[in-house]
Design a protein around this ligand. Structure first.
Ligand code: PSU
Ligand code: MN
Length: 308
C-alpha cells in the first residue's frame, strides 16, 4: 500500500490535512547538483524562503525503504554530505526502496513523491530535458514523461543550458505540458534569463498560475504546469562564458565516456569549475528566486479552495 512506502513529516501532514500551502523540493540538487557546503546552505535557505512566503517546505528523498516527504535538519545533512547517495528517478525508485539505501530524488522522482503525498507545487532549479547529441545518445531525461503525467506545478528557471532547448520545448508540447513564462515571453535558459526561444503562454502573477492549475486538473487532465521563472538579471551568469564552458564540458564528457545518470552532474560540475563558480552562484540565486515564487503560487492555489 502507498502509505507503507510514504513517510510524511508531521508538519507537512498537518498542513496538507488543513489545506494549507505546501511546497515540495527535490534532493538531487542537494546530493548531486552542488558541492558541499553550498548544497546544504542552499537546501536550508530554500526551506526558510518557503516558510517566509507562508508555505511549508517538504524536501523529498528516499530513505529506509520509504519515500520521505519533508526532511529534518539531520536528513538534509546526510543528503548533502554522504558520498554514496543514489540518484533516483522513476526508473530507480523500486530498487532504491527495496534496498533501503539513501537516495536523492530527481525532478521525476520528486514529482512522484509530491503527487502521492498530495502536494501540488514543486520548486526546482532547472528541469532535465532532451540532451544535445540526442540522435546518437538517445538521452532524454525521465523528467519529461513525468511532467506529462504528474498533477504538480513545477517552478524552474527553464531547462539547463547544457541541453538542447528547442527539442526540449518541442517534447514538452508533444506531451501536453503547459509551459508558462513568469513575467517573460521567452523560455529562460537556467543560468541566463532568456534562451531567445519564444513561449506561447505568459503569466504575470501567482494567482493566474494557480487558476491555470485548477483549470487543468478540474478537467481531469494529467500533467504539470511548468512555470518558467528567469534568473534575476543581477544574478545571471555571463552567457558567453557559460556557453563556452558548456561546449568544453560536453567534449570532456565524451572523452571520459560519461553516460546515463552521470551526465548532468558531471556537466554542472565542469561548468561551475570553468566559470570560476559563476554558474554555481547563479544556480543558487535562481532556485532561491523559484522558491519565492513557488511559495506564492502555493498560497494562491490554497486560497482558491478556502475562498469558496
Ligand atoms: N537542476 C539543477 N541541478 C540539478 C538538477 C536539476 O539545478 O542537479 C537535477 C534534477 O534533479 C533533474 C536532474 O531532475 O538533474 C536531471 O537529470 P537527468 O538529466 O539525468 O535526467
Ligand atoms: Mn539522461
Amino acid at each position: 500500500m502507498v502509505k507503507d512506502r510514504l513517510t510524511i513529516a508531521p508538519e507537512v501532514q498537518e498542513a496538507l490535512a488543513a489545506g494549507k500551502p505546501v511546497v515540495a523540493l527535490e534532493s538531487t540538487i542537494v546530493a548531486h547538483g552542488m558541492p558541499f557546503p553550498q548544497n546544504l546552505e542552499t537546501a536550508q535557505n530554500l526551506e526558510s524562503i518557503i516558510r517566509d512566503g507562508g508555505a511549508i517546505p517538504a524536501t523529498i528523498a528516499v530513505m529506509n525503504g520509504q519515500i520521505q516527504v519533508g526532511c529534518d535538519a539531520a536528513m538534509l545533512h546526510r543528503l548533502a554530505t554522504e558520498p554514496q547517495v543514489a540518484k533516483v528517478s522513476r526508473r530507480d525508485l523500486p530498487m532504491a526502496l527495496a534496498s533501503g539505501q539513501l537516495g536523492a530524488t530527481t525532478v521525476s522522482g520528486t514529482l512522484i513523491g509530491a503527487e502521492l503525498a498530495g502536494i501540488r507545487v514543486f520548486v526546482t532549479g532547472g528541469i532535465g530535458g532532451v540532451h544535445r547529441g540526442v540522435q546518437d545518445s538517445w538521452d532524454v531525461s525521465a523528467d519529461l514523461p513525468e511532467l506529462a503525467r504528474a498533477r504538480v506545478a513545477v517552478v524552474c528557471a527553464g531547462a539547463k543550458s547544457i541541453l538542447d532547448l528547442p527539442k526540449t520545448l518541442e517534447s514538452l508540447e508533444t506531451n501536453g505540458v503547459t509551459v508558462v513564462g513568469y513575467q517573460t515571453d521567452f523560455f529562460p535558459a537556467f543560468f541566463v534569463p532568456s534562451s531567445g526561444l519564444p513561449l506561447v503562454h505568459r503569466a504575470d502573477d501567482p494567482l493566474t498560475i494557480a487558476q491555470a492549475m485548477e483549470a487543468k486538473w478540474s478537467l481531469g487532465l494529467e500533467g504539470s504546469i511548468l512555470v518558467a521563472n528567469p534568473v534575476p538579471v543581477e544574478h545571471a551568469a555571463d552567457a558567453d562564458k557559460v556557453d563556452q564552458a558548456t561546449l568544453e564540458a560536453l567534449v570532456l564528457a565524451e572523452k571520459q565516456k560519461i553516460q546515463g545518470k552521470d551526465v548532468t552532474p558531471f556537466l554542472l560540475r565542469e561548468v561551475a569549475k570553468a566559470t570560476g563558480g559563476e554558474s554555481l552562484a547563479a544556480n543558487r540565486a535562481l532556485v532561491a528566486n523559484n522558491a519565492r515564487l513557488g511559495a506564492a503560487i502555493a498560497v494562491a492555489f490554497a486560497g482558491l479552495f478556502t475562498a469558496r
